[in-house]
Design a protein around this ligand. Sequence first.
Ligand SMILES: [Zn+2]
Length: 74
Amino acid sequence: MNSQDHNAPASPRIHEGSEARPDLSSLHVREDIAITGLCGNVHLPTGRTCDMPERHDGSCRFVGPEDAENLAAR
Ligand SMILES: [Zn+2]
């Protein structure tokens, strides 16, 4: 956070709560995939699952449900 506060008077800073990252707002993590060391994010609108490594760079690469099943821990 490097943005300078622009002369805002001491406004009471309301804690916005620890909302999940906005970029993940439409995502859900499949734990059975996440525990295998993969990202496991599910794009809820499409039901597709990310098969990239955990904390990968860039955006998720979603694969279809069948591929995702192969990624899941048994
Ligand atoms: Zn991902």
